[in-house]
Design a binder for this molecule. Structure first.
Ligand code: DC
Length: 220
């Protein structure tokens, strides 16, 4: 049986930074499930399909073959064989992803792939429904959050460091809208699993968050 750590939480809580560092420390793989949904959203945008047109997204979602591979420990998301890592991190793709990921046929395809990965390898997987739906028997479950002001500031710093121009207030508004959608959708909404440990990183450094989670892993 493989060893699985589940980290869920809202956008910008620091899940990917922490999960990547823990994966390195424990020598296990990091599965960024948001990136898989982002690959699917990119497919729709490229085909000119509006993320608001659920019928069209459902009709075309089986055309997008999303796979993951690892190159020197880095996750590579492939969309129909093409490495799309550099195309999926924009706010446009993020907002479209939040919409298309609410659709059950999209979730079924991607959830099946996530379960296969977790069964085959020791991993730390982050997302919105990992502890509640994808891996209900995960060895360690964390719900990582922070205030929306702190999360928006972190996303702003991340985007400006990459040279993308952006507006802090707009980022916070988009983030709150996205969180609302992710928490209130019918299928697999974002929520803390009953057996998950809540970690609020608003006033913590990444190192402190990592140590807190590693301690929980050692207890198991
Ligand atoms: O973590 P992220 O920002 O890359 O996620 C983008 C969107 O994908 C997020 O708004 C909701 C969706 N998502 C999801 O529904 N389930 C997951 N396990 C991961 C992400």
């Amino acid at each position: 049986m493989s060893y699985n750590i589940a980290i869920d939480g809202p956008a910008g809580a620091g899940k990917s930074t922490i999960a990547r560092a823990i994966a390195k420390r424990l020598n296990i793989i990091y599965v960024d499930t948001g990136a898989m949904y982002r690959g699917m959203a990119l497919y729709m945008l490229r085909r000119g399909i509006s993320p608001d047109d659920s019928q069209a997204v459902i009709a075309h979602c089986s055309e997008a073959d999303i796979t993951l591979k690892y190159e020197n420990g880095t996750q590579v998301v492939c969309l129909n064989g093409e490495n799309v890592n550099d195309c999926i991190r924009t706010e446009e793709v993020g907002n479209a992803t939040s919409k298309i990921s609410a659709l059950p046929p999209v979730r079924e395809r991607i959830t099946a792939l996530q379960r296969q990965l977790a069964a085959a390898s020791d991993c730390i997987m982050d997302g919105r429904d990992i502890g509640t739906c994808v891996l209900p028997d995960a060895d360690v479950k964390i719900y990582l959050t922070a205030s929306s002001a702190v999360r928006a500031r972190r996303r702003y710093d991340e985007l400006t460091a990459k040279g993308q121009s952006c507006d802090l207030a707009q980022i916070q508004a988009d983030m709150e809208e996205r969180d609302y959608r992710d928490m209130h959708r019918m299928v697999s909404p974002l929520r803390q699993a009953e057996d998950a440990v809540l970690v609020d990183s608003s006033d913590m450094t990444p190192e402190q968050v990592m140590e807190t989670i590693l301690k929980l892993c050692r207890k198991r």
